[in-house]
Design a protein around this ligand. Structure first.
Ligand SMILES: CC(C)(COP(=O)(O)OP(=O)(O)OC[C@H]1O[C@@H](n2cnc3c(N)ncnc32)[C@H](O)[C@@H]1OP(=O)(O)O)[C@@H](O)C(=O)NCCC(=O)NCCS
Length: 137
């Protein structure tokens, strides 16, 4: 399918605006800031899904497709791909919409894995009922 027709996939879990403090010396937003927003978006989805605290255990390879500028609105869309005993694999897409007049562009995407943890930070089982709901959806 042509890139022109690609649309965000998943749930809008986080939306924010790139600020001057998030930029490097060239005026573009740091890649690390974008990864940080993705981590937050994934954690929001993972924690809502697993009904408790989660920790990031891995992030797969990512490619940055277009630069992000100050004032751009960044939207992170999340979609659960796989649910294990304690882990949740989430696809996270980042889209940039400068303003209403321009079509949103995809900035990057990545697959993040979160592990459900208890208050002490030890891994915990994903509740059976939410796992079943995901498997039968
Ligand atoms: C999260 C943590 C408690 C897990 O404990 P652990 O004993 O290492 O857990 P395990 O090796 O049994 O793995 C737990 C789950 O993660 C999965 N997993 C482990 N390593 C993985 C990797 N590199 N990629 C994807 N999944 C991975 C396992 O398959 C397992 O999934 P399952 O239970 O659904 O089958 C521990 O690794 C930890 O505290 N890590 C630091 C987390 C953190 O601080 N993150 C923020 C960044 S600093």
């Amino acid at each position: 399918m042509s890139e022109f027709f690609k649309k965000p996939e998943g749930t809008l879990s986080l939306q924010t605006i790139a600020m001057p403090a998030d930029t490097n010396w060239s005026g573009d937003v740091f890649g690390g800031w974008i990864v940080s927003q993705m981590d937050l978006a994934g954690a929001i989805h993972a924690e809502r899904f697993s009904k408790g605290r989660c920790a990031t255990i891995s992030i797969n390879q990512m490619t940055f497709l277009v630069p992000v500028k100050v004032g751009d609105v960044i939207s992170c869309y999340t979609k659960i791909l796989k649910v294990g005993n304690t882990s949740i694999q989430i696809q996270i897409e980042v889209w940039d919409s400068h303003d209403e007049s321009r079509q949103a562009k995809q900035v990057t995407e990545g697959i993040f894995t979160f592990v459900a943890v208890d208050v002490k930070g030890n891994k915990r089982q994903i509740p059976d009922e939410v796992k079943q709901k995901f498997l039968t959806a």
